[in-house]
Design a binder for this molecule. Structure first.
Ligand SMILES: C[S@@+](CC[C@H](N)C(=O)[O-])C[C@H]1O[C@@H](n2cnc3c(N)ncnc32)[C@H](O)[C@@H]1O
Length: 227
């Protein structure tokens, strides 16, 4: 397979006419959720499926990646660690604070955290950022995938607590989780309004993009904290 750099520490692997998104495995020989491992020269890559990860879909839909090797990341809605593990590959020397409020789901993520020293699991409710403020330091990136009715407010309160000036918030808005009866475009507009039109939010929209065909009725959003 032919490897190309897609963004910092994010790659595409080309096999004939097929192109796969991938990250370089921080724990060679170990897969996390049954993903394909591919050896090319000295490195091992983990195939990153956009249908299994909103973040992978956002990158393939040309939303910018703010992640670097040393980024500190607050990840809200980590579930069992599918996407968190790829972020862990990307920010090799940084840290991922992974927040999940379901104890059962968190239990399934713990083996991933045991193998990867840069993930700090936090069993907590992302709508109560003060409950983990004693652990989480100021971060460069917040990624949110919580599928909740008040997604924008949850994102905002975490931005206010933890995002550094110049940092980025990436979020996936699932229209049906916010309001299953309203039109997705109406929901997206209302969530963006909550996010961007607060007097003191200091957030500016960098780019938004629908995530179809990978995820239907989802909007990927990247915003920057200006100061
Ligand atoms: C769509 S799944 C996340 C999938 C994950 N981001 C991935 O790509 O691997 C949403 C997760 O957010 C969690 N969640 C929902 N509301 C939350 C909250 N207020 N605080 C923390 N976790 C929450 C759910 O339990 C669920 O595991």
């Amino acid at each position: 397979m032919k490897v190309k750099i897609f963004h910092e520490n994010i790659f595409t692997l080309q096999q004939g006419k097929k192109r796969f998104l991938a990250t370089r495995n921080l724990t060679p020989g170990l897969e996390v959720y049954g993903e394909r491992l591919v050896q090319v020269d000295e490195a091992e890559y983990r195939i990153w499926e956009p249908k299994r990860s909103k973040l992978a879909a956002m990158l393939l839909k040309k939303l910018p990646s703010p992640f670097t090797t040393t980024s500190k990341v607050l990840y809200l809605g980590s579930a069992t660690g599918t996407t968190v593990s790829h972020v862990s590959d990307i920010v090799q020397q940084g840290v991922v604070y992974a927040v999940e409020f379901s104890p059962r789901t968190m239990r399934d993520m713990l083996p991933v955290c045991e193998e990867r020293a840069n993930i700090i699991p936090l069993l907590a409710d992302a709508s109560k950022p003060q409950s983990y403020a004693n652990v989480v330091e100021p971060v460069d990136v917040i990624f949110q995938d919580v599928a909740q009715p008040n997604q924008a407010s949850i994102a905002l309160s975490n931005v206010q607590h933890f995002l550094k000036p110049g940092g980025y918030l990436l979020m996936s808005i699932k229209a049906r989780s916010v309001d299953s009866t309203a039109k997705p475009d109406t929901v997206f507009k209302q969530q963006l309004k909550t996010l961007l039109e607060q007097d003191n939010s200091k957030l500016e929209l960098v780019k938004k993009q629908k995530l179809a065909p990978f995820h239907i009725d989802h909007l990927g959003v990247v915003v920057k904290k200006t100061e």
